[in-house]
Design a protein around this ligand. Structure first.
Ligand code: XIL
Length: 392
């Protein structure tokens, strides 16, 4: 299906590039117990001790993994302290917003790569890998989209976008989120696909079309199907896991060039979104059985409804991080852990519409570093999960 040279390069991306941050010997990883249920978190007895001061990227590299974070042009270009912490902790950088259609396409016939190029250059200058997010999504679309795109021109506009953007960064991208959030069981289609504009104009084949166009434009990158809502132990979580597996199976059976599943992992540290490590472990195993790699692409923990007390809150958030990562990293096909941001005030969760409107008015704390760039218990939790992960 793919030629040998490309497969070799892709294997290098999976395996070799995780040595970017340098390797140090670490204790042999422990596997999680399959039946382990989520521990009661927030209790003071849970231990989040970490050995040593080594960065997350080095701990990950010691296990053949890649750790990194998303970042925005506007934050990294204006705050050198923040930028320094990215270079210290991260081996991979992903633009949180700056490669979305709304940023890249100010008008139907103009592409603006200024912010994306700045971030690509920042990553390159500091020896970090760079990854793309996202070529096809139902959100993040420019204002002109609605009045311009229709059934007649949708295929042309989609393929042209992928060709232009993926070619622009060809050779620079570790991986691309080609299609984002195509599954949504609540829309009640038999294939559980989301009723997105792309589906409306092009039918379910838009997904195959996008992957084929991306493979042609950048034959050397890892092509990722990225989605959300697959982690919770709820009816919707279960339906989402089943639908994603079905979609991936369908893509593989048609020879559509998809190489990895991206698990966003926007976790909610509250009762309505419980985690079940056993089910998550089984799911990543099923994905790996399809011959796919797995990337944790957008990890964070929403603390909107958690207690005001910072110590209590940080323990609950850290517990969610460690429970989730211990389950996922037990699967050797998982190649990366990427958090959606690095330092709390720059998180999307700080915006009122995404959970920033805490009733007590205190700022959110969903990420590994606090507002002063100090490592929090969430950082410890990630470090512990990496230290305990089996080596790839
Ligand atoms: C979010 C950004 O972080 C926000 O700044 C923006 O306002 C909305 O999008 N899933 C995704 C990401 O795939 O692109 C989203 O990023 C978060 C949810």
């Amino acid at each position: 299906m793919y030629n040998h040279r490309l497969l070799t390069r892709r294997h290098a991306l999976w395996l070799g590039l995780a040595t970017v941050a340098g390797m140090s010997a670490c204790a042999k990883g422990k596997s999680i117990k399959q039946d382990q249920q989520v521990q009661v978190v927030g209790k003071s007895e849970r231990d989040f001790t970490v050995t040593g001061e080594t960065s997350l990227k080095e701990r990950a590299a010691a296990k053949g993994l890649i750790y990194g974070a998303s970042g925005r042009y506007r934050d990294l270009s204006s705050n050198s302290d923040l930028a320094d912490h990215y270079t210290q902790e991260c081996a991979i950088l992903v633009p949180g917003n700056d490669l979305k259609w709304s940023t890249l396409r100010p008008s139907p016939d103009r592409f603006d790569f200024t912010k994306g190029d700045w971030l690509a250059n920042f990553a390159h200058t500091h020896g970090m890998l760079f990854r793309g997010h996202t070529l096809v999504w139902n959100q993040g679309l420019p204002k002109w989209f609605q009045e311009t795109v229709n059934k007649q021109n949708a295929e042309h506009i989609l393929v042209e976008h992928i060709q232009k953007v993926a070619r622009h960064y060809a050779g620079q991208m570790h991986s691309w989120d080609v299609v984002n959030e195509a599954v949504y069981p609540k829309h009640q289609r038999s294939d559980s696909l989301r009723r997105s504009p792309w589906l409306k104009f092009l039918g379910s084949d838009y997904i195959d079309l996008a992957f084929r166009a991306a493979a042609e434009a950048d034959p050397q990158t890892i092509l990722v199907y990225n989605d959300v809502r697959m982690n919770t132990d709820t009816e919707d979580g279960e339906a989402t896991r089943i639908a994603i597996l079905k979609l991936l199976e369908r893509l593989k059976s048609r020879g559509t060039p998809v190489h990895a599943l991206g698990m966003q992992a926007h976790l909610w540290a509250k009762d309505q979104a419980p985690l079940n490590p056993r089910k998550i472990r089984a799911f990543v195993g099923d994905v790996a059985d399809l011959g796919l790699k797995i990337m944790v692409t957008e990890l964070d923990v929403k603390d909107q409804h958690l207690p005001k007390d910072t110590n209590v809150r940080d323990r609950i958030v850290a517990g969610a991080y460690e429970d989730y990562l211990s389950a996922v990293l037990d699967e050797p096909a998982v190649i990366s852990v990427i958090t959606w941001g690095l330092s709390d005030p720059y998180s999307w969760r700080a915006k009122p519409q995404f959970g920033g409107d805490r009733k007590d008015g205190t700022p959110v704390r969903p990420l590994p570093l606090d507002a002063q760039m100090k490592r929090k218990l969430a950082w410890n939790a990630i470090a512990r999960a990496l230290d305990n992960a089996p080596k790839r």
